[in-house]
Design a protein around this ligand. Structure first.
Ligand code: RB5
Length: 154
């Protein structure tokens, strides 16, 4: 599915537009959940919209951007089934997919430049979840969140 959602706050607004342009160029269908200008806003308002869309299965994956990425990380990971991962390098961009099946990528626009952000997005989108022992660990996270009935021990 080449469909994902993106959201930011004012600090991430410019990078959101650049990443959106990159994704469209790569053939992705992008749902921009705002904001639509750089006026000061509160990151929870936009993080919630994105996390809800992923938690409800409206989109498979999303990208959230604020100044540090920390505010968005705190917000999106409160939602069931969301595995939001803050990445500022290519190693974690790859490993958060292989091991953690990340479904929201979080970027800090004041931490990474446009070029690195674009490569992080590319790596994150191109990398598959490895499953196996990593699925067992995700099952335990799902149990904590009450998503699935879990018969083993945590
Ligand atoms: C906004 O100034 C800034 O606090 C926000 O973008 C984010 O970095 C919060 O975690």
């Amino acid at each position: 599915m080449k469909h994902l959602a993106i959201a930011s706050d004012h600090a991430g607004y410019e990078l959101k537009n650049k990443i959106t342009a990159f994704l469209l160029q790569e053939g992705w269908q992008v749902e921009d959940m705002g904001p639509n200008n750089s006026e000061s806003v509160d990151y929870p308002d936009f993080g919630v919209k994105l996390a809800e869309a992923v938690a409800q299965g409206k989109v498979e994956r999303g990208i959230a951007i604020c100044g540090t990425g920390i505010g968005m990380s705190i917000v999106v990971n409160r939602f069931r089934g969301v595995r939001g991962t803050l990445c500022a390098d290519l190693y974690t961009a790859r490993l958060c997919r292989e091991h953690n099946d990340s479904n929201i990528l979080i970027l800090g626009s004041r931490v990474v430049g446009e070029g690195l952000a674009q490569e992080i997005v590319h790596t994150w989108l191109a990398t598959q979840f490895e499953g196996g022992r990593h699925q067992r660990r995700l099952d335990k996270i799902n149990k904590i969140q009450g998503i699935i009935e879990y018969k083993g021990e945590v």
